[in-house]
Design a binder for this molecule. Structure first.
Ligand SMILES: Nc1ncnc2c1ncn2[C@@H]1O[C@H](COP(=O)(O)OP(=O)(O)OP(=O)(O)O)[C@@H](O)[C@H]1O
Ligand SMILES: [Mg+2]
Length: 235
């Protein structure tokens, strides 16, 4: 289980995340929703060890990880997919996937995981020798997710995977993701502005506003509460 306990994250004097507490159980998909500037990416960066917590702490798998450097957090099984689909543009799809497994020693397992990614994302198999920079936006999003999965994580932190993608492609990416979560026993913290889509895959959600959690609850409850949806989720 991942547990953020009252974390505060600052950029100099500016408090970007203010006493946020979030839990993600094993194999659970949790959505972190909120408008531009709400603090969503900052929360993910704090979990990944890219930003320090000014106070509060982050627990994972029975230990506190909030003082660990980023590579130790990756080794502990938490992998962040950053905003903006950063593939290694000049490298092939295959090499991008292989690089996702750079911490792993078992070459046989890596090879079979690459094949597994090709099964989940057949379009990546078709384009395995193509330079990643020539993929479409949706294909690049699939590639960064697949590359993150190649590190064999227990927890995936996804930052706005739907951004800039056509609704149909978003549905496709999310439904593959749902399957992968079940198969790989993965936990996911999913950051999204597209609340409607995020709630369709998550079982629980938090809404951030100006660095604070203003609402939390099960996806079913949020989907069923029209005034909450209108006030906080924009749909
Ligand atoms: N490096 C930085 N230095 C100073 N302030 C920052 C920095 N990065 C982010 N902020 C501020 O912290 C707040 C939260 O930013 P954050 O990127 O976490 O928001 P977000 O919810 O991810 O927004 P978006 O949906 O636009 O990606 C914003 O007010 C932002 O301006
Ligand atoms: Mg962001």
């Amino acid at each position: 289980m991942l547990e953020l306990r009252d974390i505060v994250v600052r950029y100099g004097p500016v408090v970007a995340v203010d006493r946020v507490s979030i839990r993600v159980e094993e194999q659970q998909v949790v959505a972190l929703l909120g408008a531009n500037g709400a603090g969503k990416t900052t929360v993910l960066k704090a979990i990944s060890g890219l930003l320090p917590c000014a106070s509060g702490d982050i627990a994972w798998g029975g230990g506190v990880i909030s003082k660990l450097p980023p590579h130790r957090i990756v080794r502990a099984g938490i992998c962040q997919v950053p905003e903006g689909r950063e593939v290694f543009a000049g490298l092939s799809v295959y090499d991008n996937l292989r690089l996702g497994a750079y911490l792993r020693r078992n070459r046989h397992a890596v090879r079979s995981d690459i094949d597994r990614m090709y099964e989940y994302f057949p379009v990546l198999a078709e384009r395995r020798d193509q330079a990643a920079g020539t993929l479409s936006g949706g294909e690049q999003q699939m590639l960064v997710i697949a590359r993150a999965l190649m590190s064999s994580p227990a927890m995936l932190l996804l930052d706005e995977p739907s951004l800039g993608l056509a609704p149909l492609v978003v549905q496709q990416v999310f439904s593959i993701l749902r399957r992968i979560c079940d198969d790989m026993r993965l936990s996911v913290l999913l950051v999204e502005q597209d609340a409607e889509t995020a709630l369709s895959i998550a079982s629980y959600a938090y809404v951030l506003e100006a660095g604070r959690v203003v609402v939390e609850g099960s996806s079913v409850a949020m989907q069923g509460d029209e005034s909450l949806r209108r006030s906080y989720l924009g749909y």
